[in-house]
Structures are given as structure tokens and as C-alpha cells.
Ligand binder design. Structure first.
Ligand code: ATP
Ligand code: MG
Length: 285
């Protein structure tokens, strides 16, 4: 039977979440000691472990069929590949930072500056859009030390908490890209490979949806039932079950994580009691 080859980062920030995603999709993977490639035990998937920078090229060449990589790397490399799904982990931003002591009022303050980055294409594109003329120095790692050693005036690098910038006496002044991990694919998958990819995508979307939702159960006295129902979304509509105590009902519903606390506060104010909140493993619509 045909297999789909998926490239994931060999080690680094995307590794754990990539493996966890496969696991959440019920795909069992035994990782050998050499960690070059392995085959899933219960899904037609071969897993290749690679450096994240190499994944877009391998996808374009068809060495791998699909891959998990940061949007930042994917957009910088400009390969002919396709984003199939955003994955909700590896979140960070590509940002410009300057020494804390410098005054920064507006983007024109970057004119004539030397900027160190591992993302020369994205930085050039950003500066061209903003009509800024700056000197771009491409370096492959430890970008944050460049101003301190006199290599550049400012940097453009990935930031998540901002603590690395802070420790190096830098402050963030412009964001050029919001990034997260994505599932990307080669443009020319064979028919059978497309079928496997669709199955995988279906599982990923079910897992993603479940992560963004909570299952809630609550008890309410029947006199408040109607008001409570009008405040609950549910996938179609809430489930109402009678309790042994005939004056009360149990209400079940699914709510979006983003609206969650607001909804709970409203429900409590409207007379909901004994509210239970449960995680959902998968949502299949
Ligand atoms: P490799 O050895 O595979 O080349 P790397 O050192 O280039 O690894 P990592 O630092 O592991 O890469 O980052 C991988 C990806 O994780 C980044 O491209 C980015 O999409 C994401 N990421 C999330 N938060 C951060 C962050 N604070 N700094 C860097 N990358 C981050
Ligand atoms: Mg890398």
C-alpha cells in the first residue's frame, strides 16, 4: 500500500508538539535511536526527521510529501509548496529589535541602519513595502548578540516571550510576521497519497476543533431553564435531561474556549449550579 512521507523537525521547538499531534490523531510512532526515519504502526505514514530549514526544499523536491514547519521558515524559503493547515503551536513573531538605549519613534528611524537577521528575504520585503533603505546582514544564529558586538545596529529575529531580547539589552519595535507551525505539502501528490493526506487532515481538524472547545454540564432549576438555554451555543443546540428531582434539569453543551469564561459568568448569574467543565478529545462533525 502507498505511504505518505511526512517531514518533521528532528529536534528543537517543533519536535514535541509535532509528535504529540500525530499521537492525538491516534497515529502510533516508534522512534528509533538513530531518529532518521520511522514508519507509523497503524497509519500509512513514514516519518522523516529533518532540520526545519531543509523541510521546504525537500517538500518542493518530493523527497517528503508533507511536512510540519514554521510559517516563518516556509515564507522565507519561497519554495513551490502549499500550506494545508495551520496547527496552533510554535507560535512566535518575527520582529525588529533595537538597543534599549536608542530612541525609536517611527519606522523611518530604521533608515540607513545595519540589520542582522536569518530572514533576509522577509526583512527585505518588509523594508521595500515601507520604503526603508537598510543594510541587511544575513547571519545564521545568535542574531541577538549582533548589536552588542558591533556587527549591526539592530536585528530581526523570532520572539515569543521577549526574554532573550531583554537579556541582550534589546527592545522590540516592529512586528513583521505572526507565525505558527503549519502542515505544508508537495504540489504533485499522487491520487493515493492525496487520499491519505485527506484522512490525516480530517483527523488533525477534529483534534484542533476539540482543543478549542470544552464540554460543559450544569444543573438548573426548571424556572431558569429557558434563560440558560438562550445563553448556550451547543454544536446544534444544548441537550436537556430531567433530574431525579423533577424541579431541576441537567443541561449539556459545547462551548468555544475563547468565549468560555464569559459564558460561564452569565450562566452562573442566570441560576446555573454544579457546573462541570470537561476536555474534549475529538470533534467529528
Ligand atoms: P533546526 O536544528 O531544526 O534548524 P532551529 O534551531 O532552526 O532548528 P528552533 O529554534 O527549534 O529552530 O525553532 C523552530 C521553529 O519554532 C521556528 O522556526 C519557529 O517557527 C518556532 N518558534 C516558536 N517560538 C520560537 C522562538 N521563541 N524562537 C525561535 N523559534 C520559535
Ligand atoms: Mg533551523
Amino acid at each position: 500500500m502507498d505511504k505518505l512521507k511526512i517531514a518533521i523537525q528532528k529536534s528543537g521547538r517543533l519536535y514535541d508538539d509535532s509528535i504529540k499531534l500525530l499521537k492525538d490523531c491516534s497515529i502510533e510512532v516508534n522512534i528509533g535511536i538513530d531518529k532518521l526515519k520511522t514508519t507509523a504502526l497503524n497509519f500509512p505514514l513514514e516519518i522523516l526527521f529533518l532540520r526545519d530549514d531543509d523541510i521546504p526544499q525537500y517538500l518542493e523536491d518530493g523527497v517528503a510529501d508533507i511536512g510540519i514547519v514554521g510559517k516563518n521558515v516556509l515564507l522565507e524559503k519561497r519554495k513551490k509548496i502549499k500550506i494545508k493547515e495551520t496547527l496552533g503551536f510554535g507560535k512566535c513573531r518575527l520582529a525588529i529589535a533595537i538597543p534599549k538605549s536608542l530612541v525609536y519613534k517611527e519606522i523611518n528611524d530604521l533608515n540607513g541602519k545595519r540589520i542582522a537577521t536569518s530572514y533576509p528575504f522577509l526583512v527585505r520585503e518588509f523594508f521595500e513595502k515601507k520604503y526603508i533603505k537598510a543594510e541587511i546582514h544575513e547571519i545564521s544564529g545568535a542574531v541577538e548578540i549582533a548589536p552588542g558586538i558591533g556587527l549591526a545596529d539592530c536585528i530581526c529575529d523570532l520572539v515569543s516571550s521577549g526574554s532573550t531580547l531583554f537579556m541582550n539589552g534589546l527592545k522590540e519595535v516592529e512586528t513583521i510576521l505572526q507565525s505558527e507551525a503549519v502542515l505544508a505539502s508537495n504540489l504533485h501528490l499522487r491520487e493515493e497519497q492525496n487520499i491519505i493526506m485527506k484522512k490525516l487532515l480530517f483527523r488533525i481538524r477534529s483534534v484542533k476543533k476539540a482543543k478549542n472547545h470544552k464540554y460543559i454540564l450544569l444543573n438548573v432549576s426548571n424556572e431558569h431553564l429557558e434563560k440558560i438555554i438562550s445563553h448556550l451555543p451547543g454544536i446544534k443546540s444544548p441537550v436537556i435531561l430531567p433530574l431525579a428531582n423533577s424541579k431541576c434539569s441537567s443541561v449539556h453543551s459545547v462551548v468555544n474556549e475563547n468565549d468560555f469564561w464569559g459564558i460561564i459568568e452569565n450562566l452562573k448569574a442566570l441560576g446555573a449550579q454544579d457546573i462541570l467543565v470537561l476536555p474534549i478529545e475529538k470533534i467529528i462533525l
